[in-house]
Design a protein around this ligand. Structure first.
Ligand code: NI
Length: 226
């Protein structure tokens, strides 16, 4: 499932993040890349233990925890501490697939990357190029979102970032381990949840409301691994 989530952050939060990110020192993005992706990766990142990365990462994770669309679509078990990248002056990231397992820095925890996310801090008007191109089951999608918006896509997808030929593209990226690892099962639950919410809004007295809510929870019980 490919899902765009609007306004994950407020414009004030975006402005605050931009200030911290602009003042931070950036390093070569290859520091967090695996062997194959290091060959394709040409961008900059903020070091994982940088105070700005920690502060903004916590702000993002907190916002996600209150975002109904993210919670319904991702059914998150663990969220990797968000990372931050910047592309400018022709930088790009060639076709790759994200590593399946990631070690959470300074901890013994590992997460399985089920869902990849990119949260935009710069608006499409600020740079040329820089589209995130995702090869999904249903074809190739090119994504470039307003600042504060986020795209979710299955970590199983091949993807790349096109060269940024004007301005700079600043984003956060991170992974989520879902309680439901299978993208198809997660998509069904997401669609079912959306339908149930519509019935709850329009016909809360209808017997199907409680019946379908039961089906939803029983499917989660069947498919979720904690
Ligand atoms: Ni990637």
């Amino acid at each position: 499932m490919l899902l765009s989530i609007p306004d994950v952050l407020t414009q004030d939060q975006v402005a605050h993040a931009r200030k911290l990110l602009d003042a931070a020192e950036w390093v070569d993005g290859k520091v967090t890349a695996g062997h194959q992706s290091a060959l394709a990766k040409n961008n900059q990142q903020i070091p994982e233990n940088h105070p700005a990365a920690k502060e903004l990462g916590e702000m993002i994770v907190k916002a996600l925890g209150k975002n109904p669309l993210f919670l319904s679509a991702a059914l998150p078990l663990k969220v990797f501490p968000p990372l931050f990248n910047r592309y400018q002056g022709g930088e790009s990231f060639g076709t790759h697939v994200d590593n399946a397992i990631r070690q959470v820095p300074n901890s013994t925890h590992r997460i399985r990357t089920d869902i990849s996310s990119t949260l935009f801090f710069t608006g499409p008007e600020e740079y040329d190029g820089g589209e995130l191109v995702i090869e999904d089951t249903y074809g190739v999608k090119s994504v470039k979102l307003p600042a504060g918006h986020m795209i979710l896509y299955p970590s199983t997808s091949l993807h790349h970032v096109r060269p940024v030929t004007r301005g700079a593209r600043v984003c956060s990226f991170f992974w989520t381990q879902s309680m439901v690892s299978d993208d198809g099962q997660r998509s069904l639950l997401f669609d079912l949840d959306a339908g149930i919410q519509r019935i709850g809004r329009d016909h809360p007295e209808h017997a199907s409301y409680v019946a379908l809510t039961g089906v939803y929870h029983n499917l989660v019980r069947r498919w979720a691994v904690l």
